[in-house]
Design a protein around this ligand. Structure first.
Ligand SMILES: Nc1ncnc2c1ncn2[C@@H]1O[C@H](COP(=O)(O)OP(=O)(O)OP(=O)(O)O)[C@@H](O)[C@H]1O
Ligand SMILES: [Mg+2]
Length: 238
């Protein structure tokens, strides 16, 4: 199996707060890695450190065999990291298509090529009929799909999803899970931060549990959800 992503002993510190403490992970081609843990555990920070949006104090990130620890985010994106943000960030005065075009231009400087890539990303997520609407008119489920289309327009090898399922109703959740399965079937790898256990159980090949910046457990979804340290981290000792 081909390892596409490796992080070794990542540490992120904000002033006196160690947000991520010595966490390592690796991800194989076509696999889904789930990052879970209570609020403030350091999930987004680890995710940001790997994608280049949080400062790495020590440790290394290797992506497709290259050390990218000190490489700026846009270069990581160009080399195949596609990400969403925990808070949707559409350009509200742009149309749905224009939002995705912004991403598509990164690898496709010619407008015609970028438009093709952007439309294809919109088709994949089922938003092609909304291409010319303002993104501010989309409901939550469609905004999430727009975020996903933006990441897909980067033509990523590894897709990083930060709570893409949050707030979705059960049918939309089911659709999103099925859609992500179609992506991994094509060989795409996914790192997902997710609070929705249903999604983790159905999608993740491997799960890492963070609490207070530390890795407290890892393994299959069923292993970690039955782990006493994990239950304690979520529910407290009472
Ligand atoms: N830019 C920053 N500056 C200072 N502290 C930060 C910064 N980003 C995160 N933190 C702190 O680091 C810790 C981890 O935050 P992080 O956002 O990674 O948690 P999380 O696991 O993603 O939580 P949630 O489930 O609520 O999204 C928190 O204590 C947070 O306040
Ligand atoms: Mg977070």
């Amino acid at each position: 199996m081909q390892i596409v992503l490796k992080a070794d002993s990542i540490k992120v510190q904000y002033g006196g707060l160690i947000a991520v403490n010595d966490v390592s992970l690796s991800l194989e081609k076509g696999q889904v890695l789930g990052l879970i843990g209570p609020n403030g555990a350091g999930k987004s920070t680890l995710f940001n450190a790997i994608t280049g949006f949080a400062p790495v104090r020590s440790g290394n990130v290797t992506f497709l065999g290259q050390d990218v620890t000190n490489v700026p985010p846009y270069v990581r994106t160009r080399s195949g990291m596609g990400r969403t943000f925990q808070t949707e960030r559409p350009y509200e005065d742009l149309t749905v298509l224009e939002n995705v075009l912004v991403a598509a231009f990164l690898k496709n400087p010619k407008r015609k090529d970028a438009e093709e890539v952007a439309m294809s990303a919109l088709e994949k997520v089922g938003l092609q009929d909304r291409a010319n609407q303002l993104s501010s008119d989309l409901n939550l489920a469609r905004l999430r799909r727009l975020e996903l289309a933006k990441a897909l327009a980067l033509e990523p090898k590894v897709l990083f999803l930060d709570e893409i399922m949050a707030g979705l109703n059960p049918p939309a959740l089911k659709e999103m899970i099925e859609f992500l399965r179609t992506l991994t079937a094509t060989g795409m790898s996914i790192v997902m931060v997710e609070h929705i256990m249903e999604a983790i159980i159905q999608l993740a090949d491997h799960v890492i549990v963070l609490a207070s910046g530390n890795k407290i457990a890892e393994g299959s979804a069923s292993d970690v959800i039955n782990d006493e340290r994990v239950i304690e981290a979520y529910l407290g000792t009472d």
